[in-house]
Design a protein around this ligand. Sequence first.
Ligand SMILES: Nc1ncnc2c1ncn2[C@@H]1O[C@H](COP(=O)(O)OP(=O)(O)O)[C@@H](O)[C@H]1O
Ligand SMILES: [Mg+2]
Length: 232
Amino acid sequence: MDDTILITFANQKGGVGKTTLCAIFANYLVKKGCPVMIVDCDAQQSIKERRKNDLLVYGGEDMKLPYEVISFDISKTEQLLVFIENLRQSRGIVLIDSPGTLDLQGLVILLASSDFIVCPFHYDKTTIPSTVSFIALVERIRNEMGKRMSAQLILIPNKQDPRVGKRDELVLWDETREAFSNYGIVTPKITVRADMERFSTISDLDNQLEIVSPAFDVIYKEIFGTTESLIK
Ligand SMILES: Nc1ncnc2c1ncn2[C@@H]1O[C@H](COP(=O)(O)OP(=O)(O)O)[C@@H](O)[C@H]1O
Ligand SMILES: [Mg+2]
């Protein structure tokens, strides 16, 4: 692959799985043979910190890493466009973990510059309205930018608990899926699983790729037109 593809994980709601899915998607892409890097733009620096700890656990400074993790403070809006321009010179897929906030000019610039915006959400009383506001923000930016913005919105229903959900709740969820699909691609659900509570930036953990594959295959297919691995 020659082009750089920028994928931003975003939703102003915290706890929906932006950081977790960003890191696990990197592991998924490595398995597929894609060159990938992560830009950690969250103030909490969870992925950057995880990488530091992974290095301590898995081995020395000189070990070969599956991908690079760098960080950037998107509140530095004057430097952000140059930073994104530089990212576009790198090879492969750049995954960006964004902070959970809406009132950030930096986030708007990031979203406008992305090729894909991946928005995890789950079905609960506060997350759905927050996700609706996020979708509305993306639409506003789209209207303002016109043809200059080409980002495809991908919505991932995450932390789905298959045991809960009364009949009328299930109907509501289906309606949400249908409504959201007017604005982006809604992937298959990712279930809530203890295996998903941790992630590694060096080796993929047991069972994780199996859990996320139905959803991630949809994104992969959008990028490459196939779910086939790049490694022959
Ligand atoms: N599919 C899942 N199953 C179980 N736990 C999950 C899943 N996705 C995310 N989590 C957990 O939910 C919490 C919030 O996830 P996180 O990725 O930090 O969200 P965000 O970055 O949107 O704030 C974390 O404790 C994470 O381990
Ligand atoms: Mg996060």
